[in-house]
Ligand binder design. Structure first.
Ligand SMILES: Nc1ncnc2c1ncn2[C@@H]1O[C@H](COP(=O)(O)OP(=O)(O)OP(=O)(O)O)[C@@H](O)[C@H]1O
Ligand SMILES: [Mg+2]
Length: 353
C-alpha cells in the first residue's frame, strides 16, 4: 500500500520502466529512486481529464491505427478497446490513490489460420507498452520446440531462457496446445506449463503471456489445464474473414507494397478468392498474402518478357493476366492444384519483431 499523500510509483502491477521505456515510464518514479520522485495523490474534489492525458492520446492513436489498418475483426477491436479502457481507468484511479488489484493481462487468441492473431499481438504489445504495462513493445514468439527439451533436465532451462528473452514484453506461444499431450502425463510439455504458471504470477517479471491457436484445440487445452485457464482472463476470438473482407485485405496489402490492381485484375482477384476459399487449407489473410506474392511473380515475368522500356505505371500495375495465371483457376485438375497450393500456403508466417 502506498503511504497517504503519495502516489504509488508506476502503474498497478508494473514495475515502472526506465524513463526512456515509454510514455508511462517518464511519469512514473523509477524503482529504487527516492520518494521525492513520487507525485501527490489527487485530492478528493479534483478532476482528471483522460482526453488531456498524453498516455491516453498515445493509446488512442494505437487504437485508431488498429481500426484503420486492420479490416473487419469488429469483435477483436472491441475487446482490445475494452482492455485499454480498463487499464486507462485503473491508471486514473491510481492517481486518486485508489488501489486496485493488479490487472492480469494474460490472454488467449483463438482463431483459424491467417485470421490476424500474430498481427493483433504486435498491436496489443504496442498498446500495453503505451500504457506502461510492459517495458518494451516487443513480442517474443515461441512454439513447443522452443520450450520443450528433448531430454530430462533440458526443458526447464529452455523455458526459462524463452521467458527471460520475453521479459518485460509479450511472450506469444503459438499453437500452445502442443504443450499438452493428453496421452502422456510425463510429457515435458507439462513441465513448461508449470514453469509458466509460476512466471505468470510473478509480478516482477512484468510479462504478458498470449496463448494462441485454433479454437477447438485451445478449448481442449484450457479444459485440461484449469490452473492455466484461471490465469488467463482475456479470451479473444478471431473469426474467419468474409469474401468482401479478404478483398479489402488484398487491396491494403497491394497498396502498402506500392502496387495496384487495375479494374480487371480487381475482378479477377475477387474471382480467385471465391475459388480459393472453397478449397482445402485456406488460410484467410495468409492465403491472400501468398496469392499476391504469386501475382507479383507473374507480373515480373510478364514485364521482363516485354523487352521494352518500362514506365512507372507498368511497374505498379497488376493485371488480370497476372491473377489468372494462378493454378487455382485450373478447376479441372483440382487434386493437383490443391497440392501445389498447399506448398504456397505453408510459406512461413511473417516474422514477429
Ligand atoms: N484484419 C486484417 N487486416 C489486414 N491484414 C490482415 C488482417 N488479418 C490478417 N492480415 C494479414 O494476413 C496475414 C496473416 O495474418 P497473421 O499472421 O496475423 O495471422 P495468424 O492468425 O497469426 O495466422 P496463423 O494462425 O497462421 O499463425 C498477415 O500478412 C496479416 O498482415
Ligand atoms: Mg500467427
Amino acid at each position: 500500500m502506498s503511504s497517504p499523500g503519495q502516489r504509488p510509483p508506476g502503474f498497478g502491477f508494473y514495475r515502472p520502466g526506465q524513463p526512456s521505456a515509454g510514455p508511462a515510464g517518464g511519469a512514473a518514479a523509477v524503482e529504487g529512486e527516492p520518494a521525492n520522485q513520487e507525485q501527490q495523490v489527487l485530492p478528493e474534489g479534483a478532476e482528471l481529464d483522460l482526453d488531456a492525458d498524453g498516455v491516453s492520446a498515445q493509446v488512442e492513436q494505437s487504437l485508431a491505427s488498429v481500426e484503420t489498418d486492420l479490416v473487419g475483426l469488429a469483435g477483436v477491436k472491441r475487446r482490445v478497446r475494452e482492455i485499454a479502457a480498463l487499464l486507462l481507468v485503473d491508471r486514473a484511479r491510481l492517481q486518486f490513490g485508489l488501489e486496485t488489484s493488479r490487472p492480469t493481462l494474460h490472454m488467449s487468441f483463438t482463431g483459424g489460420p491467417g485470421t490476424g492473431k500474430t498481427t493483433v499481438a504486435l498491436r496489443m504489445a504496442e498498446i500495453l507498452h503505451a500504457l506502461g504495462c510492459i517495458r518494451t513493445p516487443r513480442v517474443h514468439t515461441v512454439t513447443r520446440d522452443d520450450l520443450v527439451g528433448q531430454y530430462i533436465g533440458h526443458t526447464a532451462p529452455k523455458t526459462k531462457e524463452a521467458i527471460a528473452r520475453a521479459a518485460g514484453g509479450v511472450l506469444f506461444i503459438d499453437e500452445a496446445y502442443y504443450l499438452h499431450r493428453a496421452d502422456n502425463e510425463r510429457d515435458y510439455g507439462q513441465e513448461v506449463i508449470e514453469i509458466l504458471l509460476a512466471e505468470m504470477e510473478n509480478e516482477r517479471a512484468s510479462l504478458v503471456v498470449i496463448f494462441a491457436g485454433y479454437p477447438d484445440r485451445m478449448r481442449t487445452f484450457f479444459s485440461a489445464n484449469p490452473g492455466l485457464s484461471s490465469r488467463v482472463p482475456h479470451h479473444i476470438g478471431f473469426e474467419d474473414y468474409s469474401h468482401e473482407e479478404l478483398v479489402q485485405i488484398a487491396e491494403k496489402m497491394v497498396a502498402r507494397e506500392n502496387f495496384r490492381f487495375d479494374a480487371a485484375a480487381r475482378r479477377a482477384f475477387a474471382e480467385y478468392l471465391t475459388h480459393r476459399m472453397a478449397q482445402p487449407r485456406f488460410s484467410n489473410g495468409r492465403s491472400v498474402r501468398n496469392a499476391i506474392e504469386r501475382t507479383r511473380l507473374r507480373q515480373a515475368r510478364r514485364l521482363v518478357e516485354l523487352h521494352r522500356p518500362l514506365t512507372r505505371d507498368d511497374l505498379i500495375t497488376l493485371t488480370a493476366d497476372d491473377v489468372y495465371g494462378s493454378s487455382v483457376f485450373d478447376a479441372a485438375t483440382e487434386d493437383r492444384t490443391v497440392g501445389d497450393r498447399t506448398a504456397e500456403d505453408r510459406e512461413p508466417a511473417p516474422q514477429v519483431r
